[in-house]
Design a protein around this ligand. Structure first.
Ligand SMILES: [Zn+2]
Length: 255
């Protein structure tokens, strides 16, 4: 039996418009501030435009913060389903990184009280970003196959710890003092780029030598841990031929 329910995901799931439309997922938006200005994801513009502006500002050094989604906003969103006699499955960002999950749970508790007989499932994705998004898409696929909200929930529980999320950032701003960056390359030209970038980041001043005083104000950000790159040992070179060209350089953030 295909029980009637709707799937919600918070906007940390980074779903594209096409996925939202194809899967019929309802997105509950985070509110962010970017240099003091309020920004709402999924404001009605294509998400890719919002994302480009937001991450673009971040990489230009803007101060950004995200506030959690309040239980009231979860309540207001999911209530639409309950009013129409449908249940709700809400997929949230990991409870480990955000209080948003707890807010969704509070909303669910209240909704189930206010709409006796209806169910509101809140699923902790244990992920953020597209890891969460993929779980929402999986739930939608199962729903389209006729599975109940309960079955979707159980399947997601199996899937969530099979996902690994990897993030790439273009600068060291978000690396904590004492945190390390390790870069493995497989080509000498790539290794040279890493070597030069590390050397630049380890340098205090880049003013021309003729200048009597520093005007650039550049401060070193890292300490290079590997003066020479780490390479594969003789044993590994034998059993793994691709390791022969691999070079690993490591540095530590000092500010
Ligand atoms: Zn200088």
């Amino acid at each position: 039996m295909n029980e009637k329910f709707d799937i919600y995901a918070d906007s940390s799931a980074n779903l594209t418009e096409k996925m939202i439309a194809d899967c019929g997922i309802k997105v509950i938006s985070y509110e962010c501030t970017c240099d003091g200005k309020k920004v709402i994801c999924y404001s009605g513009r294509p998400f890719s435009d919002d994302a480009r502006d937001f991450y673009g500002a971040m990489s230009r050094g803007a101060e950004v913060s995200t506030s959690l989604i309040s239980s009231q906003r979860f309540y207001d969103a999911a209530e639409q389903s309950l009013k129409n006699g449908r249940d709700a499955l809400i997929i949230t960002i990991s409870a480990q990184v955000s209080g948003t999950h707890k807010q969704a749970c509070l909303a669910a508790e209240q909704l189930e009280k206010d709409y006796p007989g209806r169910r509101v499932y809140v699923f902790d994705s244990a992920n953020s970003g597209f890891g969460e998004g993929l779980l929402a898409v999986q739930a939608a696929r199962l729903k389209n196959m006729g599975e109940s909200a309960e079955v979707c929930f159980k399947q997601l529980e199996i899937s969530r710890f099979r996902l690994n999320s990897y993030f790439t950032v273009a600068d060291l701003k978000y690396l904590k003092k004492g945190g390390r960056i390790a870069i493995l390359t497989f080509h000498s030209l790539e290794d040279r780029i890493v070597k030069n970038a590390f050397r630049f980041l380890e340098t205090d001043c880049v003013c021309p030598k003729e200048l009597p005083v520093c005007v650039c104000g550049k401060k070193r950000e890292i300490e290079i841990i590997t003066k020479k790159p780490v390479v594969a040992g003789p044993q590994e070179r034998v059993i793994n031929s691709r390791s022969r060209s691999a070079k690993l350089r490591i540095a530590q953030k000092i500010v």
